[in-house]
Design a protein around this ligand. Structure first.
Ligand SMILES: Cc1ncc(COP(=O)(O)O)c(C=O)c1O
Length: 410
């Protein structure tokens, strides 16, 4: 019988998922997995935040607890708390009623609801989505799946491993007017390289000049520097300058709710009168794709965001995570420098957030995997959260060995 499906080619392999399969199959005791973007304790274990455990205890003891559907917009305790977290409690945009927030399936779902919404309502019918080169591995696929044309702007200077601000500004300036520009709010994935406050101002200048619409992806607020306000700097700057904008927010990393799929999409509009139409369209998109968002993670995050004592405890828990990651950056750099590993390793400590873009080549990454059971993405990105006091020496020695190794004969 002829098949409807016979002509379908296989999808390209997802680098991160492929890496995770390889790493799981490797039983060598020296194995170190620096591929997965998830926080690990110093013993290499997942961490359920103490504040999340407390919120779960409270939820479990509520006599009225149930598993009913949430409303289409999501759980108000989450969406209202998330708005304040992103824009600040004193945000003029919030006070003026110019923000709509819808609960989503974590950060990915927030990006997707925004992408589907923009496919129908973007500023110019033929506007493209501009993503940074490089960016989170899912951005291109996600926006293309929603039907957009995707283009890139320069972001990383691959020689010096810092921000190519001139290239970025030139590309944003050269783009046709009124395009959609995806910006990482903080802790850029995969590079860990963020613009300085002055560079954000310059980016905002060009975005305003060209009439581009900012679409912030905010997957690491508080996790990046340990300070939720500092990590929201760029979003609040653009909001204060009067931009309309979108923000995809994830609670996967900063609350450790990875699998609970907890997030929000925020949309800021110029005039409050536009909000009923915009919010109803966002609700329609979400209803058509997921009907209603997941309840359990939202109840946990909502409880934490609404209770002042739990909120303070959460800030402490985030400090614990970001401080351990910073300590591991310093440990890796100091070991590489002590070994006199060829190259400049200062970027390991200047980059922030979960990832470090090491500058290792694909050949070196493959050698680390095959000879040292050390797993990282092909672009040389490591999840610093996978380093700990037990493996950092080994990781530094392995990197030192492959950096010194003569290149393979052709
Ligand atoms: C930049 C960026 N955006 C979005 C996400 C989506 O995360 P999630 O869907 O787990 O919230 C991630 C996760 O790694 C990310 O790094």
């Amino acid at each position: 019988m002829p098949s409807f499906f016979a002509a379908i080619p296989p999808a390209p392999a997802d680098g991160i998922l492929k890496l995770s399969v390889l790493s799981k199959a490797d039983a060598n005791p020296s194995k170190v997995d620096l591929g997965v973007g998830a926080y690990r304790t110093d013993d290499g274990q997942p961490w359920v935040l103490p504040v999340v455990q407390e919120a779960e205890r409270r939820l479990a003891s509520e006599p009225s607890a149930n598993h009913e559907y949430l409303a289409v917009g999501g759980l108000p305790a989450l969406t209202s708390g998330a708005q304040k977290l992103i824009f600040g409690a004193d945000s003029p945009a919030l006070a003026e009623g110019r923000v709509y927030t819808i609960q989503t399936i974590s950060g990915t779902g927030a990006n997707m609801v925004g992408a589907v919404f923009l496919k129908q309502f973007k500023p110019q019918r033929d506007a493209a989505i501009y993503i940074s080169r490089p960016t989170w591995g899912n951005h291109r696929s996600l926006f293309q799946t929603a039907g957009h044309e995707v283009r890139e702007y320069r972001y990383c200077n691959y020689e010096s491993l810092d921000l190519d601000i001139d290239g970025m500004l030139a590309d944003l300036r050269a783009a046709p007017p009124s395009q959609v520009v995806v910006l990482h709010a903080c802790a850029h994935n995969p590079t860990g390289i963020d613009p300085t406050e002055a560079q954000w101002e310059a980016i905002a200048d060009v975005m305003a000049e060209r009439g581009h619409l900012p679409f912030f992806d905010c997957a690491y607020q508080g996790f990046a520097t340990g300070d939720v306000d500092r990590d929201a700097f760029a979003i609040r700057l653009f909001a204060a300058r009067g931009f309309e904008l979108l923000v995809a927010e994830s609670f996967a990393k900063n609350m450790g709710l990875y699998g609970e799929r907890t997030g929000c999409l925020h949309v800021v509009v110029a005039n409050a009168e536009q909000l009923p139409a915009v919010s109803s369209q966002l609700n329609r998109v979400s209803r058509a794709t997921i009907s209603t968002a997941s309840a359990y993670g939202a109840k946990i995050a909502g409880t934490v965001l609404q209770d002042p004592a739990l909120y303070r405890e959460w800030l402490d828990n985030m400090q614990t995570m970001s401080a351990r990651i910073k300590a591991m950056r310093a440990a890796l750099r100091s070991r590489l420098e002590a070994l006199h590993t060829p190259g400049d390793w200062s970027h390991v400590t200047s980059q922030i957030g979960m990832f470090s873009f090491t500058g290792l080549s694909t050949t070196q990454v493959a050698a680390l995997r095959d000879q040292y059971h050390l797993y990282m993405t092909d672009d040389g990105r490591i999840s610093v959260a996978g380093l700990n006091s037990h493996n950092v020496d080994y990781v530094a020695r392995a990197i030192d060995a492959v950096v010194r190794a003569p290149p393979p004969a052709l």
